[in-house]
Design a protein around this ligand. Sequence first.
Ligand code: ADP
Ligand code: ASP
Ligand code: MG
Length: 460
Amino acid sequence: MIVMKFGGTSVADAEAIQRMMNLVEEKLQKHPLIVVSALSKVTDTLYKICDYAERCESIEALMLVEHLRERHKHVIEGLIPSTNPHFETANQRIDELCNQLKKLIEVVCDLEELSDRSRARIIATGEYLSSNLIANALNANGIATNLVDARKLILTDQNHLQGEPDLRSISEVVPHVIQEAQRLLNGETAEALITQGFVSATASGIPTVLGRGGSDYTASLLGMAVQAESIEIWTDVDGIHTADPRKIPNTQSLTEVSYEEAAEMAHFGAKVLHPATIEPAVGKNIPISVLNSRNPQAPGTQICCNEAVGPGIKSLSYKDNILLLSIFSNRILQSAGFLSRVFEVFSKHHLPIDLISTSEANVTASLVPDKPLDAVIDELSNVATVLVETGKAQVSLVGKELLFVPELYPKIFETLAHEKIYLISQGASLNNLNFIIDKARLPEITHHLHKTLFEHESHT
Ligand code: ADP
Ligand code: ASP
Ligand code: MG
């Protein structure tokens, strides 16, 4: 069995879905388990719907639902002949899902309250719409396909918007559900199975989701659970590049990167993969490829075991909205006590720290400011003076054994010679070097660094 995941742009419209179905058809002998995202931008629309509903602006929210209905029906028209029975079934399912969404919005507006649990239910609708549509289109095209509900496959904790998958339960439950789903009602065996990316549930069936971009993670969790021959991530670029090809000129596609490199690139901001994608596949040594659904002839990127790839710099990535927290000890505590107290506070408030630098009387940490910090700052103020600096960005260089490529360092620091660097981090692994700069300097620094580090050699 192989897992084939198609992201939003790979299922954006009828043309894209037709391309996707051709790719699936070529792999039928390998029994594809297809994971689909919502049609491109649909999840963003669902987030907007949540915001409107939360503010009781039901007319605006309901109007967006009607746009979603129209868009999906338009795609069905472009894919399934109206004489085919799947045309009617697909349209019915879109209506049911949009009507359910409308009911949810009305309830939220009545209650004047939107819980994370209801939000998870609303934002998962995009994947239900796309998967129902595509399952019908595949069947209409003669590919016997069964649709499996991801809430039976991807089991998580109670965190509704960022569910933490329970790998053991998933490994136990998925093979059974998949085996059952392969048996069709007419006694035949399904040629392909399809499920929703991003969507998950607790063991008792309460809806959760895996967080933005989570469909990649769904694919690797399923790959792990069915011990897939390979996991294919079909997207809108020719594999993983030396940097984001939409933001930085002259990037090159990488033919091979290691699991470790890919995991670090994703962790440090390369949006092409969800940061958690690699982990489930590594344990079972399942190869992952990142491929372009608009250009399937391109080789894309193979992600494989660490031993199989050579050392050297592979990529530049960045996070463009970083906050720096500088914590200065007021010396009530000794150095060790100070550090332990600071980390205790981070841990108590579930504050995910990205980079960190420490000295005897100071801790400076970088983080993505996605939640209020007032309580953390209050508590730290008991033992320290806290300074918060916004408007920063983090640049990361990733590559196997970067530390042992000495010629790299003069190039990097010459490029940065006249820049303000607020924090540097290296040593947490041999494979990355990170620094914090002013956000306003990000375009110039990243373009310049990419030119210096990547544009004179081939990185394959
Ligand atoms: P999908 O909808 O298929 O999941 P995403 O938009 O999540 O696609 O990820 C693909 C995008 O990731 C690309 O369009 C590209 O702009 C961005 N990206 C960021 N860093 C990289 C990189 N190093 N290599 C390739 N793409 C990257
Ligand atoms: N549709 C979800 C999102 O836009 C999940 C995904 O595409 O991976 O975040
Ligand atoms: Mg993605």
